[in-house]
Design a protein around this ligand. Structure first.
Ligand code: DX5
Ligand code: ZN
Length: 216
């Protein structure tokens, strides 16, 4: 079970401090949300931020690309030091090729689907995938309400993994807190992104402990 705090809710004026803080709290991944103002309405950061964070943390950099035609940027994120690069099924007509390209660039390849997108839309690329991300909110903003209807897709993709003998991780992103995390785990997820729940708190350590509690 892996926790992946999303720095979208961190203090951007103190990013290094906020990254080191969650690392000291004992999390496994760091989730970095890249938004282009086109695939989603918001604009956040780019590969320059990944590059700046790489030398200051040992955490696995779990980069979530919410950009149109993500295949344009694969080399940039590899050079910046991303460990996992996750791209949206909805963002490219060349998903298969893009996932191959991510692996060839030396990163783990992730594929992500929005709440309205069915698991069947990624069934033919699952063999090229190291991590499947099931969005549990509509992408674009932190702090939204968890969409429990997405959990049936977690179960569905876990079932396919078992049937086909694949070994990808299953990640959930959006609205994860000490309560919703248990249902995510039960559905079959093993990587949990949490942004506002961890960072918009007086004690992120207590929040991380509560998430671990929810996984027991
Ligand atoms: C939303 C992002 C999420 C976001 C989650 O588009 O992909 O990673 O940071 O934020 P919370 O945990 O606050 O829902
Ligand atoms: Zn994300």
């Amino acid at each position: 079970m892996k926790l992946s705090p999303s720095i979208l809710s961190a203090d951007f004026a103190n990013l290094a401090r906020d990254v080191k803080m969650v690392e000291e709290c004992g999390v496994e991944y760091l989730h970095i949300d890249i938004m282009d103002g086109q695939f989603v309405p918001n604009i956040t950061m780019g590969d320059n931020v990944v590059k700046a964070l790489r030398p200051i943390t040992k955490l696995t950099l779990d980069v979530h690309l919410m950009v149109v035609n993500p295949e344009r940027f694969i080399e940039d994120y590899a050079n910046a030091g991303a460990d996992i690069l996750t791209i949206h099924q909805e963002a490219t007509p060349h998903l298969h090729g893009a996932l191959q390209k991510i692996r060839n660039a030396g990163m783990k390849a992730g594929v992500v689907i929005n709440p309205a997108t069915p698991v069947s839309s990624i069934q033919h690329v699952l063999h090229l995938t190291d991590q499947v991300l099931i969005m549990t909110v509509n992408p674009g903003f932190g702090g939204q309400t968890f969409l429990s209807e997405c959990l049936e897709k977690v179960t569905e993709v876990a079932k396919i993994r078992e049937e086909k003998g694949y070994s990808f991780d299953i990640e959930v992103d959006g609205g994860v807190d000490d309560k919703t995390i248990s249902a995510c785990k039960k559905a079959g997820a093993n990587v949990f992104v949490a942004g506002s729940y961890i960072y918009n708190a007086k004690s992120p350590q207590e929040r991380i402990n509560a998430l671990r509690e929810g996984l027991r």
